[in-house]
Write a protein that binds this ligand. Structure first.
Ligand code: GLN
Length: 206
């Protein structure tokens, strides 16, 4: 059983919980989802999810509750995190906004609300490293990833900009992978390797 913590300050928490359960089921694991808004839950979690919402509100609450240190320790221990949209903003090194205290989990700088300025939200089929078919990516007042550090792998770009990145155990997306029935992004981020890679590894073990 895998214990998945979903930061439940705001945003589409239940959709993330459902996506994690589907991703786990896809390879025969059972996920127990724990929604949290106080310190004390993160240390019990195998994987963490930082949803979208409003990054100013999320970062303030995370700091006030002392959850920030727990999340940083989780990443230091090499455990997976998926940070989406506002979650990625909070996980970044710099959000170019004094109201957002960033956690420096993903070595990228971001600009809030800069993606799809004209149209606040849009959906696009996205080629993602590790996924065989394009992923239906939903962008809602998404951040632009401005700069990417040396150790960061860009998993997907849109319009010439990185929109999905991996920095060690943390995957960050500018879009919302929980808003479609497609749980491949949760699978990619929170479980080890792609489904195909796991099948290959399992076959090699036999
Ligand atoms: N605009 C939000 C922010 O800057 C992020 C949008 C989202 O998470 N959908 O915090």
């Amino acid at each position: 059983t895998l214990t998945a913590g979903v930061l439940a300050v705001q945003g589409d928490v239940s959709e993330h919980a459902a996506a994690i359960e589907r991703a786990a089921a896809a390879h025969g694991e059972e996920a127990v989802v724990r929604e949290f808004r106080h310190a004390g839950t993160v240390p019990d979690c195998d994987v963490l999810l930082l949803p979208g919402g409003e990054s100013t509100t999320i970062s303030r609450l995370v700091a006030r509750e002392g959850i920030d240190e727990e999340i940083i320790a989780h990443v230091d221990a090499g455990k997976p995190v998926l940070a989406t949209c506002a979650g990625l903003i909070v996980a970044s090194t710099d959000a170019n906004d004094d109201r957002v205290g960033t956690l420096d989990l993903v070595d990228v700088t971001v600009e809030r609300n800069a993606f799809g300025r004209q149209k606040d939200s849009f959906q696009a089929p996205l080629d993602v490293t590790g996924l065989a078919e394009p992923f239906p990516a939903v962008f809602i007042r998404s951040p632009v990833i401005d700069t990417v550090g040396d150790g960061v792998e860009v998993l997907a770009t849109w319009d010439g900009r990185p929109v999905a990145v991996r920095d060690g155990p943390v995957v960050g997306t500018a879009f919302h992978p929980e808003l479609t029935a497609d749980s491949r992004l949760h699978d990619l981020a929170l479980f080890d390797g792609t489904p195909a890679e796991r099948r290959d590894a399992a076959a090699a073990d036999d």
